[in-house]
Design a binder for this molecule. Structure first.
Ligand SMILES: Nc1nc2c(ncn2[C@@H]2O[C@H](COP(=O)(O)OP(=O)(O)OP(=O)(O)O)[C@@H](O)[C@H]2O)c(=O)[nH]1
Ligand SMILES: *[C@@H]1O[C@H](CO)[C@@H](O)[C@H](O)[C@H]1NC(C)=O
Ligand SMILES: [Mg+2]
Length: 472
């Protein structure tokens, strides 16, 4: 007798893994057991809640499988306590003592639609990290702020090449655990209060006094209650991967923006992104959303909003700006990797070696391309979309099928580009549409460069002298 149950949504029997072993192990055994328990409970909850599993008797013959596939109902699970006939055992070669799964997916059902939220389409959220400890609270608050159903989002982190004293991996694990238990907001608030009380932030936050007041107010607002209903809800799953790629270029602002290092740095980043995506992408993902850690504010419904454009586009990016100190002009177009190809860009490419990488936004590479960042009008129509050739990696929504059909983040020179810019070109070559929203903006954090810090300290000294003169 063969019995199998059917799941409307491939959830209950799929890996909801949240277990990982940090290389620099800090997690106690107790913690690990704790997580296993949480995962099991979560699994059980999903299982009971799905309510769609129905059992088929042996007189329902194999034609059911056909029906299932046609229905697009996802997966079929063979339970351990079923008696198998010889024929069944022939059919299913890998029988194990306990339980095994046979899953059937009609991949036509996981291509991504503009009605993703209503269709309960599952999103894979990919976040690469390096020396990111400092921005993790901000990143997690941004994730929690997403109003797309958390139970439809699988999160995959890749941590690479962090410095010796950096605690990205440990902190990531701690926050992920708290988030899945619904306790993260509490934890972050507590930690923030503690550091405020101890006055640790002090001199490193001096630049805040030079930031535009309305921006600071806006940020304060963005990080304050009331929060939406979904905010504290656990995500479908969290996976943390650790793998080094030998990235040697510093993660400081000035280090990583030197033009000479871009080619190497970007190819390594491409390699990292590919490892992350190929490891995490599962058949039931309809979407992949790439997000950098260092975003300060972003609308909570960004996923739904980007998905709206998927009737005409397969890859969609928002505009990315950053604030600046008032003495530098308040704000600035930031992500210059999203652009429209130009005649001059193509000519420049022809003049280069096959392996040379053009990195957009540097004087060394005069391409005269139109950058998405520069065509923004703060009062422009948020629903306007333009065709792009290159894209930046800060926030990319892509149909999962783009990757399934072979696109990725080239870790070699492709059409004189690498990583996300090459991803844009490659994706177009595969026949997909790549678009950007000029008037829909998310905000990257501002990190003072060495020059900016120098200027701030000069101004501070001047201020002090004035004060001293007045006082004395
Ligand atoms: N796994 C991994 N992540 C990285 C590496 N380098 C940067 N990242 C992460 O990738 C994202 C983008 O990195 P950034 O350093 O901001 O690089 P960028 O976006 O090209 O540069 P900016 O435009 O200056 O922000 C961030 O989330 C980083 O934490 C790396 O070598 N490995
Ligand atoms: C959270 O979402 C709201 C609503 O879209 C938005 O106004 C706010 O800026 C978001 N917060 C952050 C930290 O991005
Ligand atoms: Mg960045």
């Amino acid at each position: 007798m063969l019995r199998f149950s059917q799941h409307q949504k491939p959830s209950a029997n799929l890996p909801l893994s949240h277990d990982f072993k940090p290389k620099k192990t800090r997690t106690s055994r107790k913690q690990k057991i704790g997580i296993c328990v949480i995962v099991s409970i979560f699994l059980l909850l999903l299982w009971t809640r799905s309510g769609t599993s129905s059992k088929y008797d042996d007189d329902d013959d194999y034609s059911n499988i056909d029906n299932l596939v046609k229905d697009g109902s996802g997966s079929i699970k063979y339970d351990s306590d079923t008696e198998l006939t010889d024929h069944d055992i022939d059919t299913i070669s890998e029988a194990s003592n306990e339980q095994y799964n046979l899953e059937i997916y009609d991949l036509n059902n996981y291509q991504g639609t503009p009605f993703a939220k209503d269709n309960e389409e599952i999103v894979l959220l990919c976040i690469p990290l390096r020396n990111a400890e400092k921005v993790l609270p901000l990143m997690f608050r941004n994730m929690m702020n997403m109003t797309y159903d958390h139970k439809l989002i699988d999160i995959a982190f890749l941590v690479s090449d962090c410095s010796e004293d950096d605690k990205t991996l440990e902190t990531l694990f701690k926050y992920s655990e708290a988030m899945q238990e619904g306790k993260l907001l509490q934890l972050l608030d507590q930690e923030e209060k503690k550091s405020k009380d101890s006055g640790i932030s002090g001199s490193s936050d001096l630049y805040l006094q030079y930031m535009p007041k309305d921006y600071i107010d806006n940020v304060k607002n963005a990080y304050s209650p009331p929060y939406h209903e979904e905010y504290n809800k656990p995500f479908r799953s969290v996976q943390v991967y650790q793998k080094d790629f030998g990235q040697a270029i510093g993660q400081g602002f000035s280090d990583r923006h030197d033009v000479k290092v871009q080619g190497i740095r970007r190819k390594l980043m491409g390699r990292a992104r590919n490892w992350l995506m190929y490891t995490a992408l599962k058949p039931y993902h309809s979407w992949v959303y790439w997000r950098d850690v260092d975003i300060e504010t972003s609308p909570g419904d960004i996923l739904q909003n980007l998905m709206k454009f998927s009737n005409g586009f397969d890859v969609i990016v928002p505009n990315v700006w950053r604030p600046l100190p008032t003495f530098l002009g308040n704000e600035q177009p930031y992500d210059l990797n999203s652009w429209i190809e130009s005649e001059q860009g193509l000519e420049l490419a022809k003049s280069l070696d096959e392996d040379d990488v053009i990195v957009e936004g540097y004087a060394e590479y005069p391409t005269w391309r139109v950058h998405l960042a520069y065509i923004r009008n703060p009062n422009g129509n948020e629903n306007e979309i333009v065709d792009l050739d290159g894209v930046g990696g800060v926030s990319i929504l892509a149909r999962a099928k783009v990757f399934r059909e072979g696109s990725n983040f080239p870790a070699f020179t492709f059409m004189n580009h690498a990583e996300t810019e090459a991803f844009g070109k490659l994706t177009k070559k595969l026949g997909f549409k790549v678009g950007g929203l000029p008037h829909y903006t998310i905000w990257h954090i501002y990190e003072p460069s060495e020059d900016d810090l120098l200027q701030i300290s000069t101004m501070e000294r001047k201020k002090r002298r004035m004060r001293d003169r007045k006082g004395g």
